[in-house]
Structure formats: structure tokens, C-alpha cells
Ligand binder design. Structure first.
Ligand code: GTP
Length: 598
């Protein structure tokens, strides 16, 4: 296909504004899939994605579109992940295409992820076609939203497409706009040495690793020997093809084209999104610019509830890691929880997805310790330690200073809830950078410590704004602050899984809250249990759980034997979920609940 008849594009949107529904419509209208094969949300393949309605991994589809000018165009859609955790993947996918459809729900308007994603598209030099979706709904206000797009984003929205992805209204206009308003791929010499971007890779049960590639220069064919320029791996190409959306082999992929290659690569870990692929024999002079591996920023411990399941957990984690290069793990032992793994994730959603998959697909019940970030510990002797786990905090007397990662958070919220949002950010040690208004919505930009956000910031934000706020963030770097490790002692035994890094000024408050919560969460025993929070050797908060006097079965008066048996059995089942700390048993839920802040 000549470059002039190729259009490569992505769709950017806030979650739920209708990206997947629009993609399905485009595929359907161009007859790319027979009507009977049409499943809702074709592009969201993974079950978890389907269930949660979120797009995690980028997917691609090739559409043949006979345009009004009589020519047939090849449209390549790359679907991008919609969530902040996968921002790096979004930015890579966008570099592989020349234009974007900006989908905005005409009943909602611009949201935080609309902004984040559209800025990524602008940075990638995209031509952008605004699309106002859900005009079938009575609450749709396309004029107001078009104005808002101009005010807030600063792009012309006067010729936005007005559509309903649900009913199909306006879809033909979108297809024409793609052809007429988005540019053809730039440059591209078919005879130059191969230069292709690895846009994404995923694991296929039968075929092994499949790489999605965008050809910049040169030609990729079956039988070629290729080299990944950053990782250095070399492979023989078994197959090249395109998604229609079913995998369809083709002879070759040339400049401007997007497709897949299959080269018997064993694991996704061997590939790096953003890497440059070239021929082993005739290499291109320079890799594509801007490669950066995505690195985990949020860490937590995963331990099996049933300690005999440790090997099963190892197996599950290793299998998941084969397919996810951005997920890291190493073995960890905790005095309290036994053997488990310290795992690193791109963000909280990523953590949740992995944890869910272990529990559901591998059927292993887990205890998850408090998510933490990487602290830079500068020792007095000049050494820098990257602390992934508060339990490994070195002796405070040897520490010079501690730095923590900070983020720039953008929050969009209706005026009515602004006060609560500002208070929440203030409570989490936020520094206001900007506050602006667009219509009845406010946009607050904050500099916040990542560690104050990783645990339950989304949940709190959702609850104080009744779900009306949207949130996005980017890392801005490390800054020094007065950070200390807080220990929790139950019956004078330190519980390592509850150790956390806190700001010194907030330590007493956090310690008190933690002790009060634990007092409610730990069942009473036959003896009195002190619950303490301490920094170094100094106790900063304390509660006492009084002793239990009566036997649980006492209230059965010894009469009903079967009832008594049932009660004892229930207790036994409950025990499985308990952890023994010295003489004290702590239920599993206590670990997570205790760390939530109200
Ligand atoms: P993520 O995959 O989470 O990024 O969401 P998305 O942007 O892909 O949204 P999706 O296509 O899943 O649509 C979200 C919801 O809006 C679904 O319940 C759709 O049925 C509904 N929806 C999408 N387009 C329209 C539309 O034009 N009109 C109406 N009434 N509902 C729509």
C-alpha cells in the first residue's frame, strides 16, 4: 500500500467515554468482522479488562475503508491503555501513529485522563480530530463540551464529529475525517535498512510471544533474522501479519504499516516496549529515539494465607512475570507472614490486577502488605540505599537524610466538591501548584508525595466527590523530607508487615489511628494485649486490648452439641486466616484495614 493511502491512528479518551464502543463500530461498519462474529468490545481481550471495562494492553486492528474519493484506504487503529499506570505504554503507542481521535462524552465533558492522554498525543505531534460521543442521550451538551475542549485543551473543536457509538449515528463522518484530516505516515524508505518500533508484545498460548510492530523504514518478511537493538536479542521471523482483527499472515510489512511478527520468542520479558527492531545483517544506523524501560514504582509484599501454598505462589508469580516485563519480584521472608514475595508494580491498578489474577486464576489466597514506594536513603558515609521495603530500613543513627518520590497530580472536579478535594490533598502533604476553572469545574494541580497516594487516595477522592472527580498523575522526582520508620508492636512483638515509612510530623497521628484500629481488629485473647506504635525505641502511641473471660461456646450452655460443634468448626476455619504473632493471633483483614486512613 502506498503511504498516501495509509492512516495510522489511536483513540484517546477518559475511561467510559466510549473508546471501545467506537472502535467496535468502526470495525463493524467497514465489514472487517462478519456481523455474527461481532462480540462487544472486540479489542478488550483479557477477561479482567472486560470485567472492569478497562483497557490494559495495547491492541491493534487493520481496517480497509473504501472512502468517498473512490480509493480504498488502510486504517490502522492502535488501542491504547486508558489508565495512568500504563502511561509509558500509551506514549509509545502514540509514537507509532500520526493522529488521534479525541473522544469526549458529550454528557460529561473533559476529564483528567482526557487531558493526560491528549497532551501525550500533542507531544507525539498528532493531528487530532475531536469526537463528541453519546449525543443520543438527552443530557448531551455538544456545544458546551466543544467550547470546553477549546478552553481547556486549546484545540479547535468547531468541526468536531457528533456521534453516538451506541446507535451508530455519525460513524461514517468519523471514517471520512480519519482519511481527510489525519496525515499519511511520514517519509519511509522501503529499501533502507529495517527500522521498526516494537509497540507492544503479548503472549499467545500457541504461538509464543507476538510483537506488534510499526515499520518506519525498510521491509520485514518471514525468514528475516532480526535484532532488538536495546536488549540485543536476535531471532528468526516465523511469520508476519496484520490483525483484521483476527491474525492474518501477509508476505511483508513495509514503511508506514503496522502489524505483528512471531519469532519464537519465549517470554514477553525478553522484549521491551519501545525497542527498535532491525535486520541482523543490514542494521540501521541509529535506534529510534526516546526509549525508556518502564520501571516499577509501587512495591508490596504478597504472602500466601496458607503457608503451604508458597511454592504454588512462586509458580503463579513466575508465570505471570513471563508475560509482563514491568512486574518485578523477589523472595521475601517476614517473621510475621513467613515466606512470600516482594513485588514491584507500575502503579496501584497494576498491583490490583496481578493480585486478582493470582487469587482467581491460581486460586491462592493472599495477604498483601501496605504498598510502599522506593525511598532514597542517603547514609552519613555517602552511600545511597534504595529502600523498597520499610522493614529493611537501616539504623537511623547512620542515616544522613531520606528522599521520597513526588508526583504532579491533576484533579478535575465540580465546584461543589472542590473544598473537600483541597482538604484531602492538604492532608496528604500536598503543595498546590495551580487552581483554575473551566465552566463549573475546577482543575487543581498538586505536588504530592507518591507514598501518600498509593494506598487509598483514589478511594478517598472518589468518596469525597461522590465519584465526580477525575485524577491523573506523573512522577516529578525525589525530594528530601523528614521521614521515619514507624514500627507496630503487638504484645511487645514487632509486626514487620505493619512497619511503614511516615512523615515525622504525622507519625503520632498515624500511630494513634493504627493502634485504635488494631484494637478493634484483633480478637480478644485470654490475656491483656498492649498494642503500640514506635519510632526507633520510642513508643508514640498505645492501646490495650483487654482480656477475654468467657469461652465462646459458653453461651451454648453445654446443651446443643451440634451447635457447639458448628461454632468450633467456624472458629477453626477462621484460624486459617489468622496469623500467629508470639502468643497473639491477628486476622488477615487486620493488615489491610489497619493501613487504611480515614
Ligand atoms: P475504557 O475501556 O474503560 O477506557 O472505556 P471506554 O472509553 O472504552 O468506554 P466504553 O466503550 O466501554 O463505553 C463505556 C460505557 O458507555 C458503556 O456502557 C457503553 O455502552 C456506553 N456508551 C458508549 N458509547 C455510547 C453512546 O454513544 N451512547 C450511549 N448512550 N452510551 C454509550
Amino acid at each position: 500500500t502506498p503511504l498516501s493511502r495509509i492512516r495510522n491512528f489511536s483513540i484517546v479518551a477518559h475511561i467510559d467515554h466510549g473508546k471501545s464502543t467506537l472502535a467496535d463500530r468502526l470495525i463493524q461498519l467497514t465489514g472487517t468482522v462478519a456481523e455474527r462474529d461481532m462480540k462487544e468490545q472486540l479489542l478488550d481481550a483479557m477477561d479482567i479488562e472486560r470485567e472492569r471495562g478497562i483497557t490494559i494492553k495495547a491492541n491493534t486492528v487493520r481496517i480497509d475503508y473504501p472512502a468517498q474519493d473512490g480509493q480504498t484506504y488502510v486504517l490502522n487503529l492502535i488501542d491504547t491503555p486508558g489508565h495512568v499506570d500504563f502511561a509509558y505504554e500509551v506514549s509509545r503507542s502514540m509514537r507509532a501513529v500520526e493522529g488521534s481521535l479525541l473522544v469526549v462524552d458529550a454528557t460529561q465533558g473533559v476529564e483528567a485522563q482526557t487531558l493526560a492522554n491528549v497532551y501525550t498525543a500533542i507531544e507525539a505531534d498528532h493531528e487530532i480530530v475531536p469526537v463528541l460521543n453519546k449525543v443520543d442521550l438527552p443530557a448531551a451538551e455538544p456545544e458546551r463540551v466543544a467550547e470546553q475542549i477549546e478552553d481547556v485543551i486549546g484545540i479547535d473543536a468547531s468541526d468536531a464529529c457528533l456521534i453516538s457509538a451506541k446507535t451508530g449515528v455519525g460513524i461514517p463522518d468519523v471514517l471520512e475525517a480519519i482519511v481527510q484530516r489525519l496525515p499519511a505516515p511520514r517519509g519511509g524508505d522501503p529499501d533502507a535498512p529495517l527500522k521498526a518500533m516494537l509497540v507492544d508484545s503479548k503472549y499467545d498460548q500457541y504461538l509464543g510471544v507476538i510483537c506488534i510492530v510499526r515499520i518506519v523504514d525498510g521491509t520485514l518478511k518471514k525468514g528475516d533474522r532480526i535484532r532488538m537493538m536495546k536488549t540485543g536479542g536476535t531471532y528468526d521471523v516465523d511469520d508476519v501479519g496484520v490483525y483484521r482483527p483476527a491474525m492474518t499472515a501477509v508476505d511483508r510489512l513495509g514503511p508506514g504499516e503496522i502489524g505483528y511478527l512471531n519469532a519464537s520468542i519465549k517470554q514477553v520479558r525478553d522484549t521491551r516496549v519501545g525497542d527498535t527492531i532491525t535486520h541482523e545483517k543490514k542494521q540501521c544506523a541509529e535506534p529510534l529515539p526516546g526509549f525508556k524501560p518502564s520501571v516499577p514504582v509501587v512495591f508490596c509484599g504478597l504472602f500466601p494465607v496458607d503457608t503451604s501454598e508458597f511454592e504454588d505462589l512462586r509458580d503463579a508469580i513466575e508465570k505471570l512475570a513471563l508475560n509482563d516485563a514491568s512486574f518485578s519480584f523477589e523472595m521475601e521472608t517476614s517473621a510475621a507472614l513467613g515466606f512470600g514475595f516482594r513485588c514491584g508494580f507500575l502503579g496501584l491498578l497494576h498491583l490490583e490486577v496481578i493480585r486478582d489474577r493470582i487469587e482467581r486464576e491460581y486460586n491462592i489466597e493472599l495477604i498483601t502488605t501496605a504498598p510502599s514506594v522506593i525511598y532514597h536513603i542517603f547514609m552519613k558515609d555517602g552511600e545511597r540505599i534504595d529502600l523498597h521495603n520499610p522493614a529493611d530500613m537501616p539504623d537511623p543513627s547512620k542515616i544522613g537524610h531520606v528522599e521520597e518520590p513526588r508526583i504532579k497530580a491533576t484533579i478535575l472536579v465540580p465546584d461543589d466538591y472542590l473544598g473537600d478535594v483541597l482538604k484531602l490533598c492538604q492532608d496528604r502533604r500536598g503543595i498546590q501548584l495551580d487552581l483554575t476553572y473551566a465552566g463549573s469545574r475546577a482543575m487543581a494541580v498538586y505536588d504530592l508525595p507518591l507514598n501518600e497516594v498509593v494506598f487509598d487516595f483514589y478511594d478517598r477522592l472518589k468518596s469525597v466527590t461522590k465519584g465526580y472527580a477525575s485524577f491523573d498523575y506523573e512522577m516529578i522526582g525525589y525530594r528530601e523530607d523528614n521521614l521515619v520508620k514507624m514500627q507496630v508492636l503487638v504484645n511487645d512483638e514487632p509486626v514487620d508487615a505493619l512497619a511503614m515509612m511516615v512523615h515525622r510530623d504525622r507519625a503520632e497521628m498515624r500511630g494513634r489511628a493504627m493502634c485504635e484500629k488494631l484494637k478493634d481488629l484483633i480478637p480478644r485473647h485470654m490475656f491483656k494485649i498492649p498494642i503500640q506504635a514506635a519510632i526507633g525505641g520510642k513508643v508514640i502511641a498505645r492501646e490495650t486490648l483487654s482480656a477475654l473471660r468467657k469461652d465462646v461456646t459458653a453461651k451454648c450452655y453445654g446443651g446443643d452439641a451440634s451447635r457447639k460443634k458448628k461454632l468450633l468448626e467456624k472458629q477453626k476455619a477462621g484460624k486459617k486466616k489468622m496469623r500467629q504473632f508470639g502468643r497473639v493471633e491477628i486476622p488477615q483483614e487486620a493488615f489491610i484495614s489497619a493501613l487504611k486512613m480515614d
